[in-house]
Design a protein around this ligand. Structure first.
Ligand code: UDP
Length: 449
């Protein structure tokens, strides 16, 4: 993207997990290419590497998170602690920026605070400082709608979602899995703060494409007053940034180069999900028995109670030999774009979902928690670019699902639809495409605030 003249100073506030850091850095890169000066404020946890992005100023703020808060897996508690602990340091940081002077002795202005939806304390700070707050949803637009509907769903019996027209029209009847039947106080507080942030913001940016979520987007506009800018897929607009917290193993690309076109099943459950030892063993045999070549990301920490791959069955690696390749972390976008990849067995994190859609790779869905269930529902039942792995992780189910996704005739429609979506995704980014237009509107909005 050609660099234009300076347009203002944007402060971006990050939520410190891989699936949020990457799209935020992508957004920063795109805005910087349009001439904005970028400051990135981030909690200490999972700090990005400033030397990878010399064009930005990074400011780390103390998050005071304890080890148990980070490791015990209670997302709502973690979000609350993060927002409570970061609020004052974030406010002090903003004030400090506002008191600084540039090399010409001019006071530095902040054009807008652009924050991850999950760093909802930022909106209150923006309001206090009378600065525009722009909310960034790094997941689907549908999650915004869902959160807006939370007050109607909480505490009601499980048949109620069938009576909420928004959910029915979006074929989201099965989303109760995303909501807890008995939400904790922390969950309720997070949902309220999340929705309040979106409601009070001056604009909302979503890493999605209009054609994927048209129905949800028009409903969302009924619930939130701010303009919504759908500028995804961000990874295609900023393809070269380096944002992985783990080291990408590039050797898998040489291995992929030796595989037949559309033959490989790529397996990755993202940066947070975990499985038990028995599930690892079933997955291993399912992959082996499918007879398809596989590239499998086993992240350290993926298998509960194991360091890495020590619980793989004896003889498994020797048995599959060259047909399987295991890495700790893959250059996923490059992998999905590789001609040898024929399917993606995914946990259905939003980034993985849109990265797969953009490359026309059909998805085998194994959602674990949170929005992954919603994304999987869209993939299988609304967009029909993937199929759900039925029941629990069991070798026979896995073998059958992989064959269906990649080779069997029953998977033909899904494979065609996935290629069709690839074309539609690429059109979004072209001149006159929905994301391209939305991005231009976003920059006009930023100039106007
Ligand atoms: N990713 C990667 N290499 C891997 C696995 C994942 O680069 O081996 C990237 C992937 O491309 C995506 C991000 O990590 O951008 C995961 O985000 P997602 O929203 O899919 O899931 P999360 O990790 O938040 O559960």
């Amino acid at each position: 993207m050609a660099k234009q003249q300076k347009s203002g100073h944007l402060v971006l506030v990050m939520f410190p997990f891989q699936g949020h850091i990457t799209p935020m850095l992508q957004l920063a890169t795109i805005l910087h290419s349009k001439g904005y000066t970028i400051t990135i404020v981030h909690p200490e946890l999972n700090s990005p590497t400033p030397s990878n992005h010399p064009e930005f100023t990074f400011i780390s703020i103390p998050d005071k998170l304890t080890e148990s808060e980070v490791l015990d897996g209670d997302a709502a508690n973690l979000m609350l602690s993060l927002n409570k602990n970061c609020a004052i340091p974030l406010q002090q940081c903003m004030k400090k920026i506002l008191h600084q002077k540039d090399s010409h002795d001019h006071i530095i202005h902040i054009t807008a605070i652009i924050y991850d939806t999950l760093m909802f304390c930022s909106q209150t700070i923006a309001d206090d400082l009378r600065l525009p707050g722009i909310n960034v949803r790094t997941s689907s637009a549908a999650t915004l709608l869902l959160y807006a509907l939370f007050p109607h769903l909480d505490g009601k019996d499980s048949t109620l979602e069938n009576e909420i027209p928004e959910l029915q029209s979006l074929q989201l009847q099965h989303i109760r899995a995303l909501l807890s039947q008995n939400p904790t106080d922390a969950m309720l507080e997070v949902r309220n703060a999340f929705t309040e942030g979106v409601r009070s913001s001056s604009a909302v940016i979503v890493n999605t494409m209009d054609f994927l979520e048209q129905a949800a987007l028009s409903k969302i506009k009924e619930h939130f007053p701010a303009p919504i800018f759908t500028i995804g897929p961000l990874h295609k607009l900023a393809p070269t940034i380096c944002s992985s917290l783990l080291i990408e193993d590039a050797k898998c690309i040489s291995w992929l180069n030796k595989q037949a076109p559309k033959s490989v099943i790529y397996v990755s459950f993202g940066s947070l999900a975990s499985i038990g030892e028995q599930e690892l063993i079933e997955t291993a045999w399912g992959l082996a028995n499918s007879k398809q070549p596989f590239l499998w990301v086993i992240r350290p920490g993926l298998v509960r109670g194991s360091e890495w791959i020590e619980s793989l069955p004896n003889g498994f690696q020797e048995g599959v030999g060259e047909r399987g390749f295991i890495v700790k972390w893959a250059p996923q976008k490059e992998v999905l774009a590789h001609a040898a990849v024929g399917g993606f067995w995914s946990h259905c994190g939003w980034n993985s979902t849109i990265e797969s859609i953009c490359e026309g790779v059909p998805i085998l869905c194994k959602p674990f928690f949170g929005d992954q269930n919603l994304n999987s529902n869209y993939i299988c039942n609304v967009w029909k670019v993937g199929l759900q792995l039925q029941n629990k992780l069991e070798r026979g189910n896995i073998e059958a699902a992989i064959k269906r996704l990649i080779v069997d005739i029953e998977g033909e429609e899904i494979r065609k639809k996935a290629m069709d979506f690839k074309k539609k995704a690429s059109l979004c980014l072209q001149e006159g495409g929905s994301s391209c237009c939305s991005f231009n509107e976003l920059t006009r909005h930023i100039s106007s605030v």
